[in-house]
Design a binder for this molecule. Sequence first.
Ligand code: CU
Length: 124
Amino acid sequence: MSYLFSRSTTRPLRAAAALVLVFCATLVIPAIFAAAATPAPSVDLNIAKFAFAPKEITIAPGTKIIWTNRDETPHTVTSNDKSFASKGLDTEDKFEHTFASEGDFSYICTVHPFMTGVVHVRKQ
Ligand SMILES: [Cu+2]
């Protein structure tokens, strides 16, 4: 009698456990793909005619800026607080930096210090 009783109760339990597993999988699997399919936002910024273009920009935290030197002359992207600094960038060289936290980040080209730019990082 006890054998019959245990058999009749484990079956529904197993079925319930299987349902819970399937339910969790339907929640977790799409979340994994969504996370993988959402890259960090990025913004392209040019260095052209001895200027950063745009010279001033506002972005959200976590955004990556990619500078590309469009001039025939080498330039750098060097922050005044030294939180980021490129090497000398030749024509079409790129430099990227991701801004994790809020703040105002001014930068210059160390070869031509009259070239200035500023990145404002603000929650939007
Ligand atoms: Cu320069």
